[in-house]
Design a protein around this ligand. Structure first.
Ligand code: ATP
Length: 446
């Protein structure tokens, strides 16, 4: 679809998914706020990830570590050295900056992709965000905002192991904010300086690392497919040795076909014993695992699945977006219009149910509709809407992915029943009000 990104950005703003941060001050460099629908949708993505990783799998526990950590963590992890730095060139004419990997490796001496000007020599640019703790901005109190959530997991390896009486293999999952001083943020929420990660670290015997690396990449691919992402828009790419992150023995990128090209939405890494052995070295605390049965003491290998809540949000939004010329209903008015349908999976859709009185100038219909709204509200995220013709309201709901609309009409008053309209098929069925909650629950869980 042509010019899809402006359409997505416009829909996101217009319908309350995503707003530019600090907009009344002209916005703030690639920062975004999730609006009323956006926060529901992002919470849903995080919940289905948590359900999948922590609830479904055996030997999996959760964690919520602090964003601020001892700066020693980042020395041990390699993030303060060149390992966590992007190579940057600057245009001598327009002064725009580019990552050399984005304009093509080995083309550092090529001309500026924007204005054709000369580029500077590449230099390394560390991505850690600095801040200060305490009242004095002196060097001693300088710390960093975490650049990845997983370090909180590694430094808690033994706390979790001992408190939960776990045995290898097992996993620790965590969702939380990370920060990177990206050189070239952009593509809407694809690359931002503040973002949310959904990470899982699987600790296993080195001999089993390959097996679990294969296992987890299949699981993660399935997760996106089961949530409705089209198969042809997903692929797994082996990261070439030159481009592998500093900690990884083997790395795969799970990529989505964005309108701006194939890009990573999740990384799957075999981190070997890089993290635990380095933390042991730097902290002086031996975090090798002791196997009671085999009497073996070793550093477990770590298989990591590292996804972004924001990047998958964008992928889900783009994948679900459809435009139907002339609309799906062939009324004379609708024929001229383009109808937008957001076919998000029911689990991810921000609002599950809409309650609509057929017309708003009949007090008895409005009263009944409000009663039904109150009946459903404790069970589902609901919206009440009485503004405009019923057809227009259905279209507004399709645009924000509401799976089911409940319409209260004159029959309702006589028969104590309502219609349920299905977003995707537009089919309508009448059901008794007394069965409504149960039926909707069944439909949403299907
Ligand atoms: P990229 O090459 O795009 O910078 P990366 O390889 O550095 O990404 P990882 O360190 O593997 O990314 O991070 C794991 C996941 O965290 C990514 O797949 C992505 O979903 C998310 N992520 C990383 N950086 C950002 C960012 N700046 N904005 C939004 N999400 C991000």
């Amino acid at each position: 679809m042509q010019n899809l990104m402006p359409k997505i950005i416009s829909l996101a703003k217009r319908r309350g998914f995503i707003f530019p941060s600090s907009e009344i001050y002209g916005g703030f460099g690639s920062c975004y706020d999730f609006g009323p629908l956006g926060v529901e949708m992002k919470n849903n993505i995080k919940k289905v990830w948590w359900d999948e990783m922590v609830k479904k799998h055996e030997n999996m526990v959760g964690l919520d570590a602090a964003i601020l950590m001892s700066p020693k963590v980042w020395q041990a992890s390699g993030h303060l050295t060149a390992g966590f730095a992007d190579e940057l060139v600057e245009c001598k004419s327009c002064h725009k900056r580019f990552r050399t990997d984005e304009i093509g490796r080995g083309r550092a001496s090529a001309s500026c992709p924007e204005c054709g000007g000369k580029l500077t020599e590449p230099r390394k640019f560390n991505l850690m965000m600095k801040t200060f703790v305490g009242p004095v901005e002196e060097k001693a109190s300088q710390i960093y905002l975490r650049a990845e959530t997983c370090q909180g997991i590694y430094v808690n390896f033994e706390n979790v192991l001992n408190s939960m009486r776990l045995k290898i293999p097992f996993g620790i999952a965590q969702i939380g904010k990370s920060f990177r001083n990206e050189i070239t943020p952009g593509d809407f929420i694809y690359r931002t300086r503040e973002f949310e990660q959904m990470e899982m670290q699987w600790f296993c015997h080195p001999k089993e690392a390959k097996k679990y690396f294969d296992f987890w990449q299949k699981e993660r691919l399935k997760w996106y497919l089961n949530l409705g992402i089209k198969k042809e828009n997903l692929r797994i790419k082996e990261v070439p040795a030159k481009e592998k992150p500093h900690y990884a023995k083997q790395a795969l990128d799970l990529e989505y076909k964005f309108p701006f090209g194939w890009r990573e939405i999740e990384g799957i890494h075999n981190r070997g014993d890089w993290d635990l052995s380095n933390h042991s070295k730097y902290s002086g605390k031996d975090s090798r695992y002791y196997d009671e049965e085999t009497k073996e003491k070793y550093f477990p290998y770590i298989i990591e699945t590292s996804g972004g809540a924001d990047r998958s949000f964008l992928a889900f939004l783009i994948d679900a977006y459809q435009e139907i010329k002339g609309g799906r209903t062939k009324t004379t008015k609708a024929v001229k219009e383009i109808e937008i349908l957001l076919k998000l999976d029911k689990k991810i859709a921000p609002i599950k149910i809409a309650v609509l009185p057929l017309v708003r100038n009949k007090p008895e219909l409005v009263k009944k509709a409000k009663e039904i709204y109150q009946l459903l509200k404790p069970h589902f995220v609901c919206q009440y809407d009485e503004l405009g013709s019923i057809g227009r309201r259905y279209r507004r709901l399709d645009e924000i992915a509401v799976p089911y609309a409940i319409t209260i009409d004159f029959e309702t008053l006589k028969q104590e029943d309502v219609t349920i309209r299905d977003r995707d098929s537009m089919a309508q069925e009448r059901v008794k009000i007394k069965d409504l909650v149960k039926i909707l629950k069944e439909k949403l869980e299907k």
